[in-house]
Design a protein around this ligand. Structure first.
Ligand SMILES: NC(=O)c1ccc[n+]([C@@H]2O[C@H](COP(=O)([O-])OP(=O)(O)OC[C@H]3O[C@@H](n4cnc5c(N)ncnc54)[C@H](O)[C@@H]3O)[C@@H](O)[C@H]2O)c1
Length: 398
């Protein structure tokens, strides 16, 4: 959505009152980001951590006290419809994103929503239509875009440091559910999650591909489920995506554990992506390599303050991967100048702080901020093409 198209009624508040839905993994990451963003960035609006919401009264009250929210609620509808809330932040499992976001848009709230945007293309389309109709600021939390090293990669690619991009190669690997006794949490239930590794982690490297290289044209993929049955969670562990307690009854896993995808971008560049939850020893391993006619970039999340750059325009005796520590202040490196002196490195949580800071400024100015719900919809198109290709064993146009 171009700037100036947002409803002026919602623009330039002096302070944004935030309602956060969901209080576990992402609830914690987002709470930290809402608290930290004004400490590091000269934001164009203040932030009031107004209400945190979850289904379990005791659990959400404990989160309220620990994370520093003013109020706790157990019904997201009350948060979304409250005149005391300006921003709705959706950090619940995937099947609830569409209903909450559409209601929030109808109530005139700006929306930050976790990825994947929703579980089906139809839901994503309805969400895009809702935010366009309401003219509210909308953003999907693909937080890895805001790692300074990857924001620098974007700037370098746009500045022609790589020449014409030929290859995008990315891997997102984890190992948390390799134990077959790990309970069947919502992340293994298609009705709630939409998909497994595909929507959960593949979606992030698809987003980075679209951010850094461009739109996909076609994909060919395979998906695999290594553990086909898991114990149903004990009610005490219900709702926990990455944990919970195994019960005695077994039930079917209805999502993929791993996905491998090759593809072509509209630009003619080629893509090679892998996302898996079954790479022993890989905890949150995100590697991206981009090769162009003039050089290459390499990024490894486990060394997230650095970007490796190979420049083949240099004299052959000077060529070699150079290591850029992406911490230079004064506008030299993205986001870095607002934090610590050079070389004082940052971590995972800062990716959310950067996302929240950009989102707040966009709300204050009434302008669009990437990645928008349109980006979430475009991402879902790739996810569904991947799924279709894996099922039909055919190349699929995106
Ligand atoms: N950006 C990232 O890197 C990243 C990382 C992890 C998860 N996510 C996304 O964040 C979302 C949440 O994942 P998580 O790992 O935090 O899950 P989680 O299971 O740890 O937490 C989910 C929270 O949602 C609450 N909830 C569920 N249904 C609700 C409802 N109807 N009303 C109110 N609250 C409800 C639960 O009580 C819980 O607090 C998912 O969409 C996931 O894909 C994104």
């Amino acid at each position: 959505m171009p700037s100036g198209q947002f409803n002026p009624k919602f623009a330039m508040p002096t302070s944004l009152r935030v309602g956060l839905i969901g209080y576990r993994f992402m609830g914690k990451a987002h709470s930290n980001a809402w608290r930290q963003a004004p400490h590091f960035f000269p934001l164009k609006a203040g932030i009031e951590m107004h209400t945190i919401c979850g289904r379990d009264a005791a659990g959400v009250e404990a989160a309220r006290a620990q994370f520093g929210w003013k109020q706790a609620a157990t019904d997201w509808r009350m948060v979304v419809n409250s005149p005391q809330i300006d921003v709705v932040d959706i950090s619940t499992p995937n099947d609830s994103h569409a209903e909450i976001a559409i209601a929030a848009a109808a109530a005139g709230k700006h929306i930050l929503c976790e990825k994947p945007l929703a579980v089906t293309l139809r839901q994503c389309e309805a969400m895009v239509a809702a935010v366009k109709k309401a003219r509210v600021v909308n953003m999907v939390c693909h937080n890895y875009r805001r790692i300074p090293a990857l924001a620098l990669a974007k700037k370098m690619i746009e500045g022609d440091a790589l020449g014409r991009v030929l290859h995008y190669h990315a891997r997102y690997a984890q190992d948390w559910p390799m134990d077959p006794e790990f309970p069947l949490s919502w992340r293994f239930q298609k009705g709630i999650s939409g998909s497994g590794a595909n929507g959960d982690i593949h979606s992030h490297i698809i987003d980075l591909a679209r951010y850094l290289v461009g739109e996909f044209q076609e994909v060919s993929a395979l998906m695999h489920t290594f553990v086909r049955e898991r114990p149903v969670p004990d009610p005490a562990g219900k709702g926990q995506g990455l944990g919970g307690k195994a019960g005695k009854r077994m039930a079917k896993v209805t999502v993929d554990d791993a996905v491998s995808c090759i593809g072509r971008f509209k630009s003619g560049a080629v893509a090679n992506l892998e996302a898996t939850r079954f790479a022993a020893g890989r905890k949150n391993h995100i590697c991206v390599e981009i090769n162009g006619t003039k050089g290459s970039l390499f990024f490894d999340f486990e060394d997230m303050n650095r970007l490796k750059f190979f420049d083949r325009t240099l004299a052959p005796d000077r060529q070699g991967f150079r290591d850029i520590l992406v911490t230079e202040p004064g506008g030299i490196h993205p986001y870095a100048g607002q934090r610590w002196p050079p070389g004082h490195i940052i971590g995972y949580e800062h990716t959310f702080v950067h996302a929240v800071a950009d989102f707040v400024d966009a709300c204050a100015a009434g302008r669009s901020v990437q990645p928008t719900f349109e980006d979430g919809l475009a991402n879902q198109r790739v996810l569904e093409a991947v799924d279709q290709s894996a099922r039909t064993r055919q190349w699929v146009k995106v």
